[in-house]
Design a protein. Sequence first.
Length: 280
Amino acid sequence: MAKSFEPGEPIWCAGCGHFGVQNAVVAALAKLEIPSHETLIISGIGCSGTLQNNVSAYGYHALHGRLLPTATGAHLANRDLTVIASGGDGDGYAIGMGHLVHAFRRNPSFVYVLMNNGTYGLTKGQDSPTAEESADGEEAGLDGIALGVSLQTTTFLARGYSGNPAQLVELMIAALKHSRERRGFSFLEVLSPCVTYNDTYSNWSGRILNVDDDLNYDRGSRIEAFKKISLARETKKILTGLIFESEGAAYSTVSPPALMDVNIKQHLSDYQNLLERFVV
């Protein structure tokens, strides 16, 4: 029987930045001619977590903050799949932050799209770790790109903006190419405003510092990346574009022995037996 890959309808608020992310994912997959049955989108919890319902591909909804280990496992189990992890800033920079650090360290070859809106929109607008100023004014926002540059094992760091859809598509294509060529972990943060609880379109649009406009910028240099990050911070700008890309050892080039001896059919049979026992 043929497998259906009919996407669902988005449930986001009108004007949500996540629409731009979804359009970029769809456009990039089409541009690279990656078929639906070779694509797996694993989503986290939150408004961003519904992305995998809206794209013609396999989809899986991971536990809150456990998006990256789930995606790593899927990638290692089936190297032929194009794996895209997608989640929000609360999922990735709060409860899931420890996993992000180790994904940077391990450098597995899949894409992580992190939608940053500075708020927990699904639970009515609490500050997220990237909120530029907390409610009490005492906490500064976290910068995941700066964190990634500081680790010597990272190989792809980019930031897009839903307000610049053309660039966002190109960044998504670059991220997919990097991971599909087994070059490592492609981290793409997207500025994706929440029009209901943290409408930052006008604020962010006037503060973009796009490294892609600098023809002399060396995106293979960590030192250059740090300089740009520092410049953006000093001038209260937001750095976007392909900020860093290099070559490095990818975790996916290693064949984990534990996976080589797994009898998939036997485990599937055991799982089905459990379902028959406990599912009413």
